[in-house]
Ligand binder design. Structure first.
Ligand SMILES: N[C@@H](CCC(=O)N[C@@H](CS)C(=O)NCC(=O)O)C(=O)O
Length: 121
């Protein structure tokens, strides 16, 4: 089972690479505005998780550059579980001040949240 999952994961990565979406091109002012919003984001993820690939493809398409956190790493796994509430990826951590941080689970929720935030730009 683990082997099959590993193979499927690599296949998804390969397909993602082969059919990588073309990033949207914004003028500098608009991209700077987007960056201002999205630099509060961190995506907790696994490299070969299909739901994480889905979110990463969305980010690439929207030219959103955010920090990816490897949730397999013990330190980050603990951080996600304790502060986010559960060990599940993808999870978007929003905010920089500790008491104002929001943890968003579910790939669709993450995509909807980011879409709404950058919609007006
Ligand atoms: N419906 C969720 C599914 C997410 C999901 O099942 N993620 C798996 C990895 S592919 C997970 O985090 N499983 C828990 C674990 O690996 O500990 C979504 O769309 O984000």
């Amino acid at each position: 089972m683990k082997v099959i999952r590993w193979i499927l994961g690599r296949l998804i990565i390969l397909l993602d690479f082969m059919f990588s979406p073309k990033p949207i091109l914004r003028d500098k002012t608009s991209q700077d505005l987007v960056n201002t919003i999205t630099n509060r984001y961190k995506l907790y993820q696994y490299y070969a998780c299909p739901f994480c690939v889905k979110v990463r493809r969305f980010l690439r398409k929207e030219s959103i550059n955010i920090e990816f956190i490897d949730a397999k790493d013990e330190f980050h796994k603990k951080d996600l579980t304790q502060n986010g509430g559960m060990l599940k990826v993808p999870c978007l951590r929003v905010g920089s001040k500790k008491n104002q941080v929001k943890w968003i689970y579910e790939s669709n929720e993450i995509i909807n949240f980011i879409s709404k935030e950058i919609k007006s730009i």
